[in-house]
Write a protein of this length. Structure first.
Length: 424
């Protein structure tokens, strides 16, 4: 019986590979589908880990503050590594960067799975457990940081320079899909075990690693390092408005995620399990709204980039303001505005930044990713303000939304003077 099962699995794999190669020849756009799925893993990992955190704290005996530091280590390492992988993608092509990011993703969650299990089932010294968990996140930060810049670069190479925004939106939609599925997958997996989501996140990238290795490398023009450096330095000031917007928007969103549970605890008398469920529902709603906005507004070009920038900034400002209310029901309405706003804002400033360095999209994507990571780091530092009350970090979110609105207003004025620019 085992032999028959193995033979059937081998037959199915061979059939899949034959079908994949045959379909690749008949459709040059097929790789784009798989490329969009790759950042989905990142989204599942981000929100899935957030939902799993309460049980990981309970089972491993490692407190929430320590887990937050462990997770933030990986995020901090995005700062130097994301621009590096962006440049590497421009010079050597995106495929190798995507492959190494998937390998790093697998290694990270394998280490997290093993040592979370050991922490919950054995008496192994907690220092060793924490050290190895940190090692997993170091691997994550140094490798997975190249995933978004490289997939965006790959998507642009497939669709062409004139469809830059569509390519960026395709990758963003994949990331949003992952964030939508993350809480659902994690909640289902947690019914089995506290580390089941981590095991699942170890296996899924192996499948994508296998598929990605079969995809044809996209055609690209190899860039010289010297020209690339001169270009990035000469345009650094032009990047500043978009990097500042990216930093402010990501800091506000990350800070919101940090204080969502404390804020719900302050305004309700619900138990921790119920609050965890509410957080999962809110995150799922956010991902769903974000995905719908990206597919039906951004990708279909219902708005131009200036309109997306303005409406997105105003929406997140309004959403964070509503979060200051004392009703948990209004939190869902607030999250709709925040998710909708970010869905418009992120592609807008990412697309505009990519226009600065024409033909070197890995660099601009790397800088945007670096700005996002700076925002996450700032949010981690500002999260301590929740010790004085959950309202204080939410006020900081409102201020960050206001900064985005200021830059959106300046950007819109700039667009009016430059009507001949093809924003798509």
């Amino acid at each position: 019986m085992i032999y028959n099962l193995l033979w059937a699995d081998n037959f199915n794999i061979n059939w899949f590979m034959m079908y994949l190669h045959k379909y690749q020849k008949s459709s040059s756009k097929l790789p784009l589908l798989f490329i969009a799925v790759i950042p989905t893993l990142m989204g599942i990992g981000q929100n899935g880990l957030l939902v799993s955190l309460p049980l990981l704290v309970d089972k491993t005996g490692i407190n929430l503050s320590t887990w937050s530091i462990i997770i933030s280590i990986g995020s901090i390492l995005f700062l130097p590594s994301a621009p590096f992988w962006g440049r590497y993608s421009d010079i050597n092509g995106p495929k190798s960067v995507v492959i190494q990011s998937l390998a790093g993703f697998t290694a990270c969650f394998f280490i997290l799975s093993v040592f979370s299990f050991l922490g919950s089932k054995t008496n192994l010294n907690s220092i060793w457990i924490i050290s190895c968990l940190c090692l997993g996140r170091v691997i994550y930060g140094l490798t997975v940081s190249g995933m978004v810049p490289a997939t965006q670069h790959w998507a642009i190479l497939i669709l062409g320079e004139d469809k830059r925004l569509e390519a960026i939106t395709t990758v963003s939609a994949g990331l949003s899909t992952g964030r939508l599925l993350g809480p659902i997958v994690a909640i289902a997996a947690l019914k089995v075990s506290a580390i089941a989501p981590l095991i699942l996140l170890t296996l899924l990238p192996i499948v994508m690693l296998f598929i990605t290795s079969t995809l044809p490398s996209p055609p690209y023009q190899k860039k010289k390092k010297q020209n690339e450096t001169i270009l990035s330095v000469s345009h650094s000031k032009r990047y500043l408005p978009y990097l500042t917007t990216a930093l402010s928007a990501s800091a506000a969103l990350a800070l919101l995620y940090y204080v969502l549970s404390p804020a719900l605890s302050e305004i309700t008398n619900l138990k921790a399990e119920r609050i965890s469920d509410l957080v999962g529902y809110i995150l799922t709603l956010a991902a769903a709204i974000s995905l719908l906005a990206q597919l039906f507004i951004v990708k279909s070009k219902k708005l131009n980039i200036a309109q997306m920038y303005q409406l997105g900034a105003f929406s997140i400002f309004l959403g964070y303001t509503i979060f200051l209310s004392s009703s948990w029901i209004l939190f869902f309405i607030a999250m709709i505005f925040v998710a909708f706003g970010n869905a418009l804002l992120v592609p807008a400033y990412t697309s505009k930044a990519s226009e600065i360095s024409q033909g070197q999209h890995g660099i601009s994507s790397g800088y945007i990713t670096m700005a996002h990571t700076c925002g996450y780091g700032i949010a981690a530092l500002l999260a301590v303000t929740s010790e004085f009350g959950a309202k204080y970090p939410l006020i900081l979110c409102v201020l960050s939304g206001g900064i985005c609105c200021i830059f959106a207003a300046k950007y819109a004025g700039k667009i009016k003077k430059d009507k001949d620019v093809d924003i798509y």
